[in-house]
Ligand binder design. Structure first.
Ligand code: URA
Length: 431
């Protein structure tokens, strides 16, 4: 086959700050997926994109080319509208677990294709796999049937969805090119658009524990993704939410499932409930049901009923006890005062080192490992009280987890009031 372009010319064009043409983009994404464009050539192009950027038309075309590299799912035959949520990843972010059954209980189907954790951020599939018997892999037919019968499905994305992104994401991970906004936006949105949802709510995390450390860059990422979704006919809204401190009081797989069950039972930490309801309202509005109030189904047990059916449909036992770690140790408050800072990244790294996450894709995670918080920023603490409890099956991991936490805690000893950070920082919708 004669190739339409030469990869080196495409790299040089972007290196020199030029726009790539639609044909160049279609070709380079397709040729990379076919193995004609070499890994080192795509690495060079990804770096040129990181340094010189892409305009709206280029990003839209790049996203389209990634979608075209694989299959597209079609939920148009379902009897109810669909809405999905995507979080850019954080520490203690278990929101998908209560959110999917809650929105389903309100009459909107939720096809939630999720991932596993890598690095300090947890993965939804790892969390659910701490439920005995639960299975992450479903065929497209099983997924569709569950969506119709139960209304919510959380499962692994099949290999057929945006295979160009799978290859490119792995390459970016090892070439210092993850943080490029055009590449993050096209990576996330190609999978969401190919998945076939009609409405999408993005939870763009901002702060120490997130990809985007500052609000301006998070806003730019959110705006880029909202434009991509809108251009593809998906009603898309983004909330920018705080990730300077962990969400809720747990980070770790089974610990987070238990906290999600508390929320579904009508309790749970205030910030997890607040964000679950805020995202549910956005999903319902985006799916054409702005008048449905998600508060009641959370309180009266209807969301819990959908959860139980959703877990059972994927082989899990919703009544089985969740695994717990064999060993635990407390981290104590250094002085009397108000907890001013509890760093999300440090807690995420500690949970990861305790065995909740993996260092390589092949590693197994410990279901019971993780961190429990006993105080949040703004709370009064007493010297010597437990601030955190660390859990693991392998106690030799405690020392490195403690190392990660050395600078994580700041207790303000003056009488100054410390306000907890606001949770929802901004909302971005199509103008
Ligand atoms: N999540 C993705 O799927 N892709 C990215 O590039 C970043 C986060």
């Amino acid at each position: 086959m004669t190739e339409a372009f030469d990869a080196v010319d495409v790299i040089i064009a972007k290196r020199d700050g030029k726009r790539l043409s639609a044909d160049q983009i279609d070709w380079v994404v397709d040729a990379y997926t076919r193995g004609v464009v070499a890994e080192e050539q795509m690495a060079a192009l990804a770096m040129a994109i990181l340094l010189n950027g892409m305009d709206r038309a280029e990003i839209a075309r790049w996203t389209g080319a990634m979608i075209a590299s694989g299959e597209r799912l079609d939920f148009s035959g379902l009897s109810r509208p669909t809405a999905d949520k995507h979080s850019t990843g954080g520490v203690g972010d278990k929101i998908t677990l209560p959110l999917a059954p809650l929105v389903a209980a309100c009459g909107v189907a939720v096809p939630q294709l999720s991932g596993r954790g890598l690095g300090h951020t947890g993965g939804t599939l790892d969390k659910l796999e701490s439920i005995p018997g639960w299975r992450a892999s479903l065929s497209n037919a099983e997924m569709l049937a569950q969506l119709e019968e139960v209304g919510a499905v959380i499962c692994a994305a099949g290999a057929g969805l945006a295979p160009a992104d799978r290859k490119l994401y792995a390459l970016r991970d090892v070439t210092g090119t993850v943080e490029a906004i055009p590449l993050i936006a096209s990576s996330i949105m190609s999978k969401k658009i190919a998945e076939g949802t009609r409405a999408l709510v993005l939870d763009v995390k901002v702060g120490a524990g997130a990809f985007m450390k500052d609000l301006d860059r998070a806003r730019e990422l959110a705006r880029t993704m909202v434009e991509l979704g809108t251009d593809a006919g998906v009603t898309t809204v983004a909330l920018l939410t705080d990730m300077s401190t962990p969400l809720g009081l747990t980070a770790g797989n089974a610990l987070e499932v238990q906290e999600s069950l508390d929320v579904l039972a009508g309790g749970g930490p205030a910030d997890v409930v607040e964000l679950t309801l805020a995202l549910a309202r956005e999903m319902l509005a985006a799916a054409g049901k702005p008048d449905v109030d998600p508060t009641e189904p959370l309180r009266d047990g209807r969301a819990m009923d959908v959860w139980r059916r959703m877990i059972r449909a994927q082989g899990g036992d919703p009544d089985a006890s969740l695994p717990t770690a064999r060993e635990s140790e407390d981290v104590l408050a250094p002085s009397d005062g108000v907890l001013a800072r509890l760093d999300a990244l440090a807690v995420g790294v500690a949970a990861w080192r305790l065995g909740a996450g993996r260092a390589r894709k092949e590693d197994l995670v410990q279901a019971g490992a993780g961190v429990r918080l006993h105080a949040k920023p703004g709370d009064v603490v007493r010297a010597g009280q437990p601030l955190l409890t660390l859990y693991t099956d392998t106690p030799e991991r405690f020392a490195r987890a403690r190392d990660a936490l050395v600078e994580a805690v700041h207790v303000e000893t003056s009488a100054r009031q410390v306000a907890p950070p606001a949770l929802v920082l901004d909302r971005i919708a199509d103008r």
